[in-house]
Write a protein that binds this ligand. Sequence first.
Ligand SMILES: [Zn+2]
Length: 413
Amino acid sequence: MPQSSINARRLERSLQELGAIGESPLGMQRVAFSPADVAGREYAMSLMRRAGMDTRIDAGGNVIGRKAGSDPRLPAIAMGSHTDTVPSGGKYDGALGVMAAIECVQTLTDSNRELRHPVEVVIFANEEGTRFHRWLIGSRAMAGMLEDDDLNAVDDDGIGLGPCLADIGGDLTRIHEAARKSGELAAYFELHIEQGPTLHQSGTPIGVVTAITGRAVFDVEITGKANHAGTTPMSARNDALVSASRLVLAVQRLAGESEVCRVATTGAIQAHPNAVNVIPGNVRIGIEFRDPEMDALAAAESELRRAAAAVAAEDGVGMEIHRQRFTPPVPVQPKLQAMVEEAARQCGLATEKLPSGAGHDAQAIASIADMAMIFVPSVDGISHAPEEFSTPEDCANGAQVLLNLVLLADERF
Ligand SMILES: [Zn+2]
């Protein structure tokens, strides 16, 4: 089959046009369910229709563009990502995957090239999870993975998910209808910016994602004794914040020097009573570990428990560790990784294998379909910020690899 070439200038134009929707001096403000989010989705739907797709919105609020294939018995090959942003986010996170997927279909339509499989482009609703502190709502709805906590979520103003989903064309009362069965999709491919520095530093145009990182989140409560900061001698203190600090350093060492897991972060802290003249009697810290391997996450957890027990014994404080959340790593099948490499080779582009340190819609869809992810470099590794940038050339390379991947899948699946 001859290669079909995507139109790099058209892709760049649609990225910039989408990027003008919700743009502010402080970055992109296309938070899920906002008027700008709706406008961004409508813009993308207009491009889908121009590319020859029928569009609909499922009960989970996902926009689905679909173009029929020549064999009606075959399941669809899906591509997609998200168009919502974090507050003051960038123009490329999610947007690239959607605009590139539409560009692939437009290219096929322009060259009158009909695939055997139907093709779908999906814009997953509320990927970032800013408003309800619950992310991947659309992709988890499609994968049938939503839990009661998700459905009953309220935002900081006490507004439920229902009216917000209705604003974007979804329907919470029928959300289970958004779930698709295993086998309904032949495969799911997602192009995304790396959001880290690996490809930018190595100068490699295409990243082949090996796994989407797992994540374990812990809440640790340290109980000491509150007392007068002026009258209590240093030798007679049970300072919960000092003990918490020792644990923070142990967490850093665990990923840093000891390399038990890829990254470890203490990102949240609350001290009580949080007064400058009182020895902190009670402290809560929030810790997360991320790693593409389940074993590493388990090792990090036991290392955390060991370090906490040691600090507790030495300092005479109480330590309670609660596991708050656990998201298992999602590997990409070697067969699918090899197809991404082959697609890149056809374009003459070098590849590098790497795990994804961030979560993506693909990790939910992986439970109902074969999944692969393509990364392109993020300049200086910056993401979730207005400075987020990937060059037009890198974006076009990613889109071309995505198209070649779809063509390979259409031949083989
Ligand atoms: Zn994203």
